[in-house]
Design a protein. Sequence first.
Length: 413
Amino acid sequence: MTKIAMGGSSMPVYQWKGRNKRGQIQKGEIEASSIDIVKNRLNAQKLTPIKIKEKPKDIFENVAFLQPKVKDSDIIIFARQFSTMIDAGLPIVQCLDILYSQQENKTFKLMLKKIKESVEGGQTLADALKKYPDQFDDLFTNMIAAGETGGVLDTILQRLAAYIEKAAKLKGQVKGAMVYPVVTLIIAFVVLIVILVFVIPVFQQMFSDFGGELPMPTQIVVAMSEFVKQKIIYLIIAIILFVIVYKRIAKTEKGRYALDGFFLKVPAFGILLRKVAVAKFTRTMSTMLSSGVSILEALDIVAKTSGNKVIEKAIYDVRSGISEGRTMSEPLVESGIFPSMVCQMIAVGESTGALDAMLSKIADFYDEEVDQAVANLMSLIEPFMLVFLGVTLGGLVIAMYLPIFKMAGAIGG
């Protein structure tokens, strides 16, 4: 669907349908002050208007949580298209106008409109983007600023698009590794509660009608059922309190540091987190250094966007070391977070003056390492989850059928 945009924030939007020279039907939207202007605009585009009507207003447009979110894929497409147009020689404002007119995401569309207006008002593109930190972080805006200063904005935008793609892939891999066991445990917990609260009492009543002593496993399961039925409210309150306390602790500096340190030490999962941290650190540093951002500024941004307080502290220690005249590799070794191979390769990159290229090679290597680590983690989790489900749910079923087998044996005997 073709969209044509015109300036002005208070003008109505008209939806149109028209036919081109080849007789093909096209649709789109135009922001204009009247239908006559829409007709003139379509005629200038060699389109014959068929239908023009004012677009109905969205009654939920001012309700923030009902609006679509700006995804990584939206930013990637924006950066790639922007780069292509800059490379073709189009002015920044015209590029933003075209990107605005073609944007399907309402939230991002409005954002691009305001960014364009800010640039038209004399602000730099980097300053205009800084108004939206949730979508354009410090890394993005600092690289854009470097691109504007150095006159290589198209190259910077291409690097950003490639970086965001790889960063999104890393994030997706970690989420994928976490979602499977968490969802499985939640389902197993819900099924367990349902069995203990609703199913076991039915069997218990049936067993009491028959009389006789129940086998020990059945007695344990019945006792568990009684406990859960009597204390379920307290159990729910305990879970809610645990979540609240966890969130409170996670919001404090010391608590977040302790939790992040714990996650890094968890068997198998901690190894994955370390490899993701190395891949993200080296990829981000390589992208920023090759784009002209100073090493101290790059380290500051990388630390803030690390997502882990332990790694953040290690990176800030590296930054402090460099500001005191040391190399990057020395404090990295002392941190104990980064593998010795990574530190040695960074030392080689520093000594040869090709640190950005060396960091890029390390990032490529660790992208593959993350793939392998995720595969290894899943291969460990799957049998563990199967054993867990078999022991818990299977154990309950067997325990409840033991008396039935016992009675059947007595009747048969």
